[in-house]
Design a protein around this ligand. Structure first.
Ligand code: NAP
Length: 324
């Protein structure tokens, strides 16, 4: 008979590894599918200066290595493999099914922690200069652009928030937005307009990011979306803030998602629409999207799952005996 795991965790950012740590310490020996690109969005960042406990800062990949090591130390079983399909039992009358390729795994509880991805512009130079001038997180990287000419791309609340933060460091912040109307709330727009070194540049898109000297960003080519005219901006920092996409395709049709594709959880818990399936981190979070908040909800998911196993005892030997 196939083993039924107490817990399978899908994802390996701060939420996934924190859930793994807590479940491992509860002796649940969680099976963690950390994926081939383990570590989540922090693997793409340089210095992380806002994660509590590291007063000198720490680079993102090193922080994720600590998360990983700590969960493993207490018995989390890490599989560097991608989950390819899931089939959850809607009423938890059967164990939940998780496939990695042809390998089927059964579980009493599943924690979803696949995170989100920064939406990409998809223009030449963006990928090549990522980490060398192009960034997706002003909160993380603004301090590296002291007195620099910079741009923020986007017209939503994130773009305004990032611009206001970046403007404390940079010499100039041009907010490049493709329309004359902004999606950002009036209050955020007003705040941005009041900052003297922020300029709203519309209606423009970025055609290309360029490194003219050496290997770091020096210029952006802009195109007017109405009259097609072009212009060039000299910049050393560009922050893309055009939204996030939760990585929820794997579970679409299995748990409830909201209109933007985020997994819906019940109240302040991490419980999804399916008993025994929990979700944490950026997969759920529209708003905060910080490593520390993702870690916090990973902890909540582990505790919610632990309590569920204790109270519902799905497929435990006691439950089987009671059914017999
Ligand atoms: P958003 O509201 O979806 O805005 C994304 C912006 O990026 C839009 O202006 C959009 O332009 C632009 N955009 C999208 N794809 C683009 C592309 N390929 N090229 C150029 N521009 C593109 O996303 P968000 O700003 O990340 O906000 C997400 C949610 O979090 C919102 O509900 C927001 O209110 C909330 N939030 C709130 C706060 C706060 O209250 N302090 C802070 C941050 C976020 P179009 O408008 O033309 O579509």
């Amino acid at each position: 008979m196939q083993t039924i795991e107490d817990a399978i965790i899908i994802g390996s950012g701060p939420a996934g590894y924190t859930a793994a740590l807590y479940m491992a310490r509860a002796d649940l020996e969680p099976l963690v599918f950390e994926g081939f690109a383990w570590g989540g969005l922090l693997q793409q960042t340089t210095d992380v200066e806002n994660f509590p406990g590291f007063p000198q800062g720490i680079v993102g990949p090193e922080l994720m290595q600590h998360f990983r090591d700590q969960s493993e130390r207490f018995g989390a079983r890490l599989e560097t493999d991608d989950v390819t399909a899931v089939e959850f039992s809607p009423d938890a009358s059967e164990p939940h099914k998780v496939w990695a390729g042809d390998d089927l795994h059964l579980a009493r509880t599943v924690v979803l922690a696949m995170g989100a991805e920064h939406r990409k512009l998809g223009v030449p130079g963006e990928e090549e200069l990522s980490g060398r001038g192009v960034s997706y997180c002003a909160t993380c990287d603004a301090a590296f652009f002291k007195q620099a000419p910079t741009v923020i791309v986007g017209g939503g609340d994130s773009a305004m928030e990032e611009a206001i933060f970046l403007a404390k460091f940079a010499a100039k912040v041009d907010v490049i937005h493709r329309r004359d109307e902004f999606r950002a709330s009036q209050i955020m727009l007003d705040r941005a307009r009041q900052v003297p070194n922020i300029e709203l540049v519309t209606p423009y898109t970025i055609d290309e990011f360029v490194a003219r000297e050496g290997s770091s960003l020096t210029h952006a080519h802009l195109r007017n979306t109405v009259d097609d005219s072009t212009r060039e901006l000299e910049i050393t920092g560009a922050f893309i803030a055009i939204g996030h996409d939760p990585q929820s395709e794997l579970v679409r049709g299995q748990v409830d998602l909201d209109d933007d594709g985020y997994v819906v959880t019940q109240g302040r818990s991490t419980l999804t629409s399916v008993p025994g399936v929990f979700a944490a981190g950026d997969l759920v979070d529209h708003t905060y999207r910080q490593a520390v908040t993702a870690a916090g909800t990973g902890c909540q998911a582990a505790l919610d799952a632990e309590w569920y196993l204790r109270d519902a005892a799905p497929f435990s030997s006691e439950a089987r005996a009671a059914q017999a």
